[in-house]
Design a protein around this ligand. Structure first.
Ligand SMILES: [Zn+2]
Length: 89
């Protein structure tokens, strides 16, 4: 029974981690979206990529997806996205 319990337990842990990563990915996207809008209000244009937000001091450091470490990109519609599309994982 011992090892089996451990196994089941660790599977649940992984699922919890995954949900957590997904949540923080979404909140990262919300933060970046917000900063893109702020950048636009301050400068009259949208940043071309996330690096521009970092270089101009809106972001302290470039955020990456907590799920797999992918960098975020700014879409053509000037919204932040992960893996090049809005919905993923
Ligand atoms: Zn992501």
């Amino acid at each position: 029974m011992g090892p089996r319990e451990n196994c089941a337990f660790s599977i649940e842990d992984e699922k919890a981690d995954e949900a957590l990563s997904l949540d923080s990915c979404r909140s990262n996207l919300r933060i970046i979206d917000h900063l893109i809008q702020k950048y636009r209000m301050d400068r009259g244009r949208y940043p071309e990529d996330i690096t521009e937000l970092v270089d101009s001091g809106y972001l302290r450091s470039e955020l990456v997806c907590p799920f797999d470490g992918s960098p975020y990109v700014v879409n053509g519609d000037s919204r932040a996205s992960c893996h090049g599309s809005g919905i993923h994982h």
